[in-house]
Design a protein around this ligand. Structure first.
Ligand code: MG
Length: 262
């Protein structure tokens, strides 16, 4: 009973925070910025129609590592270990809600990732509850996946946001059910022998051929309603895809290593 009341209070307070606008007022300030995490007053990016797309279904470059070609999950495992609990249908994978996230078995350092995604054609939920997933580098850094088509949410949670840190420059998402492409260049952070950060992580993100982030600095791991400091690690890690409870689809996933730690 106590637990039920506690959960109800948490749910009410979350609803209250969201009800003031789409976003929050009670979150910490983002380091180096004037905005709070998921700030309800932070302007949303303008919409841009990406026009014709040219890379969907295209073959990968010859030196790429194929992470998903529509046939099997051999490059992936469930977070925490074990077989991937998601579906493969008609050459794409689909999140099975509440089954858990997945990540690549192989780890990568600085890299160029191509991944295509489609949010559910049946529009359900709103704000962060619609077509939410995410592409994570090294488990720490999320490039948001969301149905941002006619869906109000906080700016730093839009599709393509460096979650909780940087909204995308523009909203270039396609309508639900259509395929989008991400091309992401990720530079891993570097640390000295004492574990002190010597170079932050950077992300360049292109959605449907439109630049959302041009080598944007990450100020630490991305998080919900919080700002986390960097913690030293090897500079290598897997690519992870988030289970946020929505049946978002992915296909044609490949990666190229860019040197550095590789
Ligand atoms: Mg997400």
């Amino acid at each position: 009973m106590k637990t039920a009341i506690f959960v109800a209070i948490i749910a009410l307070s979350t609803t209250a925070a969201l009800a003031q606008g789409v976003g929050y007022t009670d979150t910490p300030q983002i380091r180096g910025q004037k905005w709070k995490v998921h700030d309800k007053d932070r302007p949303n990016p303008p919409e841009v129609n990406p026009g014709a797309t040219f890379s969907h279904g295209a073959p990968a470059p010859s030196d790429a590592t194929i992470l998903f070609d529509g046939k099997d999950f051999s490059a992936w495992e469930k977070d925490g270990g074990g077989a991937v609990p998601w579906k493969i249908v008609n050459g794409y994978m689909e999140v099975v809600g509440k089954s858990g996230g997945i990540h690549t078995k192989q780890e990568f350092g600085d890299s160029q990732l191509h991944i295509e995604f489609a949010t559910p054609i049946e529009v359900k939920g709103d704000s962060q509850g619609r077509g939410n997933s995410g592409v994570f580098f090294h488990r720490f850094f999320e490039i948001q996946v969301l149905d941002s088509h006619n869906n109000k949410t906080y700016a730093d949670g839009q599709a393509g946001a460096l979650y909780g840190q940087w909204p995308p420059l523009v909203n270039a998402i396609k309508s639900p059910g259509q395929w989008n492409s991400y091309d992401i260049v990720f530079e891993a952070p570097k640390f000295d022998d004492a574990g002190k950060l010597t170079k932050p992580a950077y992300a360049t993100v292109i959605l449907n051929g439109v630049v959302l982030h041009n080598r944007k600095e990450l100020n630490g791991p991305t998080n919900h309603r919080a700002t986390d400091p960097y913690k030293a690690y090897s500079g290598k890690g897997p690519i992870s895809l988030q289970d946020h409870g929505n049946p978002t689809r992915f296909r044609n996933v490949w990666i190229r290593s860019l040197g550095g730690y590789n």
